[in-house]
Design a protein. Structure first.
Ligand code: GDP
Length: 427
């Protein structure tokens, strides 16, 4: 039971589609009252033993690494619950004006998205946009929750049409699984129990589906990645580097590469509050000590020398633009990736992503950039090098944000596609 698999998911929908009703009613019907959640988390942490509270706490404090570092702007609530079969973390993304940003932050660590659709309205532009965004953020599994079926007389025809519309629209997105389920969240139909009113639907209720759906945690098999969050130096004879394993695993004796420095060294110990470990895997917060005295600081990355991360000051990336003021080319923004921050300009927007198809399309006019909620492909030029990975290979080291230097507002979420060092950056 200690190793019950974890599923992280996010609910997406327009205001009033029934997101809160769905989660609240599902937990209630399953006998998991919200008050028990924290207690369940505490119990679970104790059960896991060796890592103390660290492990599960790390699971809760989450989202896009750079957004997490930005601290003041993070606005996503993570709720935890567990059934007999599985543990769940739901990213609850409140806010209207800031909804897209919160959704992007929540989706950046989710394996599955529950897309709410009002049965009366069907697949709206909003549903398409949410689908494109979650797909772009690396979510490979979706549930289309067709809610408020009571308001369309529990009609199978209405449901089938929505199912067909979504399949048609989603064929260009990279989803590995799509499950469409008819619901009345308000009454609990098809949440925990099969609905008698919609006997024509043969699939499992939502919770049963979520308990069983197979998702891969690619960060476990990814090459070792360890962004250094702080240098831990309580006394002269101890120097450790604290951080969060966000790819692969590490053992004492492993050779690791320090980037951007480019030097290899050996891991001496994996230190935790409860004693040393034989290994640490993706998802764990630890402190590493190294065999040699090397000057390493916050923002550096320790990684596998066999598959090292990229170092560059020129990025090709996808950008999701989050604010009303459109992107200005050649304006100096702050780019924040993990715990590293550097001034950066967007040199060019090379394509935009069409919401209707999810495909890249040329820009319509000369000088067009990205407007509110638009997604595009861009080239960025940074004042100094950063260490990163293509987002689709590692969501932690490949995700970044752009911040307006005057308002301190997060103006875009970015996903690295490739990184290169300019001549200046390489020296
Ligand atoms: P949210 O804004 O997406 O979190 O939506 P809420 O959960 O707050 O629900 C919005 C409204 O829709 C509330 O008045 C709910 O009672 C209602 N609602 C939710 N689910 C259903 C449903 O399945 N059928 C009907 N008729 N109303 C629902």
């Amino acid at each position: 039971i200690a190793d019950k698999p974890l599923l992280r998911f996010i609910t997406c929908g327009s205001v009033d589609d029934g997101k809160s009703t769905l989660i609240g009613r599902m937990l209630y019907d399953a006998g998991l009252a919200p008050d028990d959640l924290l207690e369940a988390l505490e119990k679970d942490s104790k059960k896991h033993g060796t890592q103390g509270d660290d492990l599960d706490f790390a699971l809760l404090v989450d989202g896009l690494a750079a957004e997490r570092e930005q601290g003041i702007t993070i606005d996503v609530a993570y709720r935890y619950f567990a059934t007999e079969k599985r543990k769940f973390i739901v990213a609850d993304t409140p806010g209207h004006e800031q909804y897209t940003r919160n959704m992007a932050t929540g989706a950046s660590t989710a394996e599955l998205a529950v897309l709410l659709v009002d049965a009366r309205k069907g697949i709206l532009a909003q549903t398409q946009r949410h689908s494109v965004i979650v797909s772009m953020l690396g979510v490979r599994h979706v549930v289309v929750a067709v809610n408020k079926m009571d308001l369309v007389g529990y009609s199978e025809d209405v449901f089938r049409q929505i199912e067909k519309d979504f399949a048609e629209f989603a064929k260009n997105l990279r989803f590995l699984s799509i499950y469409v389920v008819p619901l009345v969240a308000k009454d609990g139909d098809n949440l925990v129990k099969q609905s008698a009113k919609m006997a024509w639907h043969k699939g499992p209720p939502l919770l049963t589906y979520l308990e069983g759906v197979a998702v891969e945690d690619s960060s476990i098999i990814a090459p070792f990645r360890y962004p250094v969050q702080w240098v831990n130096r309580p006394s002269h004879d101890f120097r450790g580097f604290s951080g969060f394993v966000c790819g692969g695993n590490v053992r004492p004796g492993d050779i690791v590469r320090i980037l951007p420095l480019g030097r290899d060294t050996q891991v001496a110990r994996i230190v935790t509050y409860d004693g040393d470990l034989d290994s640490a895997v993706s998802g764990q917060s630890v402190t590493l000590t190294l065999a040699e005295e090397i000057d390493i600081s916050r923002g550096d990355l320790l990684c596998s020398p066999v598959s090292p991360a990229k170092v560059g000051d020129r990025l090709k990336a996808k950008l999701l633009w989050l604010v009303r003021e459109p992107l200005t080319l050649d304006k100096s923004y702050l780019l924040k990736i993990g715990s590293k921050t550097t001034p950066a300009v967007v040199a060019a927007v090379t394509a935009r992503i069409e919401i209707e198809s999810g495909l890249a399309a040329p820009l319509k006019e000369e000088g067009e950039t990205l407007a509110f909620n638009a997604i595009g492909e861009a080239e960025l030029s940074l004042d100094s090098v950063v260490v990163c990975d293509p987002y689709l290979e590692n969501r932690e080291t490949g995700g970044f944000i752009l911040i307006d230097r005057i308002t301190n507002e997060t103006v875009a979420v970015g996903m690295v596609e490739s990184a290169q060092a300019s001549e200046r950056g390489a020296t």
